[in-house]
Design a binder for this molecule. Structure first.
Ligand SMILES: *Cc1c(COP(=O)(O)O)cnc(C)c1O
Length: 380
């Protein structure tokens, strides 16, 4: 080649990668894509080539958006840097300064912070309403209301949203509807198929499934996803190719993981309902014919010493998140719901003895034994 050392070290030995047939999608860990000449570059702008710059589009992030759209039965999806950024671009696709949103008052803590503390600075007003009282939701609708927002299964008390009611209210009042489907996953629940306009996921949870990636996905009607994708590009909330690849790998085993997660959660809920050290077991009954999710919350206030309980969990890890293959526990009072005023904590049932269990895919018997032992050792 006749090049000197520095040039050779920068350009390396390139092969024609077109002839390499990888079984799985390779990781396109690149910030940009190359073009052979100016005509080839023009091909991007006239739609004959898909990729220019990874913030604008990347095969791995497209694969993730497309995969979740397919599972939800939606025409299109876009992957983002986190669940929260997927929520942000979803909201911005339908609402702008001067508009109003109605959100459920028991949504995920991070979403509450985003809607309550950040959107206000974008000039978007949010009302937090008890979605169990449908009339309350309707009473809060104003002339500038654009969106109603809730979650298919809430946390930590696992209320199951009536999606039909949300769709009915949205249709009657000409509003957009958006549902966070993170806890249920498309394995158990497909809000888009029920008529919801936008469905959002923290892929950090069950879609990724292995607690090794932070990612988000928004799916819905093509026109809305195109708008949201524009926000991703302009705000810069794109996902990295490697993280998209990891999330896609997780999705391939979503069904088998969820089947086991759900079966174990049901077995644990049944066992803890019989345990005299447990005051209350929160586990839904009406999510899907395939099961009711993999989060079980228990209230042991007044029956067990909570500090001792958390010290007696042997192999079960204390983790302030959920949805990994390992069983873990979190303590909502001092983590996810810490910022709430005392009255709201009481109103929502976030007590001193509330424990949220993310049930993993281990042997059900071992999981049950671990919790029965911790309760036994901490009982007052
Ligand atoms: C974790 C979570 C989010 C936020 O997702 P990140 O990936 O952490 O940004 C939103 N909604 C629900 C229900 C979640 O559990």
């Amino acid at each position: 080649m006749g090049q000197k050392f520095d040039t050779k070290s920068v350009h390396l030995a390139l092969k024609d990668t077109n002839s390499i047939d990888s079984k799985v999608t390779p990781i396109y860990q690149t910030s940009a894509f190359k073009f052979s000449d100016l005509e080839d570059l023009e091909n991007f702008y006239n739609g004959k080539k898909d990729y220019l710059y990874s913030r604008v589009g990347n095969p791995n992030t497209d694969e993730l958006g497309g995969a979740v759209a397919q599972l939800e039965g939606a025409p299109k999806g876009v992957a983002t840097s986190s669940g929260l950024s997927a929520i942000l671009v979803g909201v911005l696709a339908v609402a702008k300064a001067g508009d109003h949103i109605i959100a459920s008052n028991d949504i995920y803590g991070g979403t509450y912070q985003l809607l309550a503390n950040e959107l206000v600075d974008f000039g978007i007003e949010v009302s937090f309403v008890d979605f169990e009282k449908v009339s309350e939701v309707e009473n809060h609708i104003k002339e500038n209301t654009k969106l109603i927002y809730s979650e298919s299964i809430t946390n930590p008390l696992l209320r199951v949203e009536s999606l039909d009611e949300v769709v009915r209210i949205a249709k009657e009042h000409n509003l957009y509807s958006m549902i966070d489907n993170t806890f249920a996953t498309p394995y158990l629940c497909q809000p888009y198929s029920s008529g919801i306009d936008l469905v959002v996921h923290s892929a950090t949870k069950y879609l990724g499934g292995h607690s090794d990636v932070t990612a988000g996905v928004l799916v819905g009607k093509e026109e809305l996803i195109n708008k949201a994708k524009g926000k991703v590009v302009n705000i810069g909330t794109n996902l990295s190719p490697f993280d998209a690849w990891l999330a896609c790998r997780g999705i391939k085993t979503l069904s088998v993981r969820m089947e086991r997660h759900v079966r174990n959660a049901q077995a644990l809920a049944d066992a803890l309902r019989k345990n005299t050290g447990v005051d209350k077991v929160y586990y839904p009954t009406s999510v899907s014919t395939k099961g009711n999710g993999a989060i079980v919350s228990i209230d042991i206030t007044g029956l067990c010493n909570i500090e001792k309980f958390f010290k007696s969990l042997s192999w079960v890890k204390i983790v302030p998140t959920l949805a990994g293959v390992e069983t873990s526990v979190s303590y909502p009072l001092t983590t996810s719901h810490r910022a709430l005023p005392k009255e709201s904590q009481i109103e929502l049932g976030i007590t001193e003895g509330l424990v949220r269990i993310s049930v993993g895919i281990e042997d059900a018997e071992d999981i049950i034994n671990a919790f029965e032992k911790a309760i036994h050792e901490s009982i007052l």
